[in-house]
Design a protein around this ligand. Sequence first.
Ligand SMILES: Cc1ncc(COP(=O)(O)O)c(C=O)c1O
Length: 470
Amino acid sequence: MMARSEGSIFKLCFLCSLIANLFFGVNLYLGRRGVGGWKWSSDEVNVQGLSWSGRAAAEAESAAARECSGHGRAFLDGAVADGRPACECNTCYGGPDCSLFLSSCSANADGGDPLFLEPFWKQHAESSAVVVAGWHRMSYSFSDQTTLSQELESLLRKLHSQVGNAITDDKYILFGAGSTQLLNAAVHALSHLNSSFPASAVASIPYYALYQMQTEFFDSADCSFQGDPARWKNATNTTGDIIEFVTAPNNPNGQLNEAILHGPNVKTIHDRAYYWPHFTGIPSPADEDLTIFTISKLTGHAGSRFGWAFIRNEEVYQRMNTFLQLNTMGVSRDTQLRAMKLLKVIIEDGGREIFEFGYKTMTKRWDRLRKTLSMSNRFSLQKVAPENCTYFQKVREPTPAYAWVKCEREEDKNCIEILNAAKILGRGGSVFHDDDRYARLSLIRSDDDFDMLISRLESLVSKEDGAKIM
Ligand SMILES: Cc1ncc(COP(=O)(O)O)c(C=O)c1O
């Protein structure tokens, strides 16, 4: 009799423990809004000995666990639907879980969103995640009274020496809210440096539109935008300094541009946003007076707004620093923490994994694009010469971030209009101050965007009279 009731008590205890484990387990997984709206109190979450970060981790995992049918993603700071972070769908997908294919929508090849690297970070979810304490770096400055993380600085210098794309010895470094802010700081620093006359900013056509937009919008009395440098090439008696933007690889056409202008009154801003093995061979390390990089096209984290500049001359460095301090008092410490974490992942294996992933992804995309347009007599692609890559130790075809498409037919004077009519979004040549016979298509967006682009191009090309048959 006794033995039977002990047995029942044991079974009851076992069942209760099972139910309790299930309840807490599911709640830990679901995070803040657990089963039946139940919430964790601060000391109830204890993941492998963690205390305060357990709930944050559960929340982050709960958002990340939303699959969104493989065509979107949910974020902790996004809209909430049914008590959970809602799916944010890729272009051409909709519905609460992004499973709805919007077959009549336009392929998005506009903008420079670098989501091609998103799958890499999903594969490295654990090593790249950051937990930010509520009291993380609340001060205006680090304890050494600067606004710049020494650890992040040394990681950046290490990364460049691993990749071999920049010599950083004997150069000052500054951080900016993306390279966008550093470009602005550089123009300020180089204007009125040695001359009492206003400076002229120039960039070879086709050029990234921001250079002109920024210079004109901020409308400094010290500098005005003057377009292509060609007309200054043989000018001997220019008043004021000339600031040349040199973009290598270039946005939009992927060419490894070099400075056109030289001389005592010429200052050069080297924009190296795309000088990474995803996009180009690295023939030699950049060793310039003023070089700007960005995390946007290195890791793909454009949203974090982080860029850095190497500067040889102390006065230029001081002037840029003054601009950055007066403008934003440095870069958000939260952003610096994030950048540091991402760089650590890259540096761990000397960049092998990320650059192989990036290069492979871009190569596959270029192969598909070339194959599609090889059927066409109407559209052609830019030609970029193969480069020796000291990083991969081979000569390789460049895989630029953008296709610079030319409409070859005499009557196709506005290429982007033709592409838009075929449900392809991109940017017209005139945005880059070139002929509208050209259009830029982004190849660094999500897999979905790229697949849709190829599908729209295939159907456009198949309608051509005399299109080549596969
Ligand atoms: C050539 C070039 N420079 C600078 C930028 C701006 O980058 P960031 O996100 O660092 O401001 C871009 C962005 O597309 C770019 O293409």
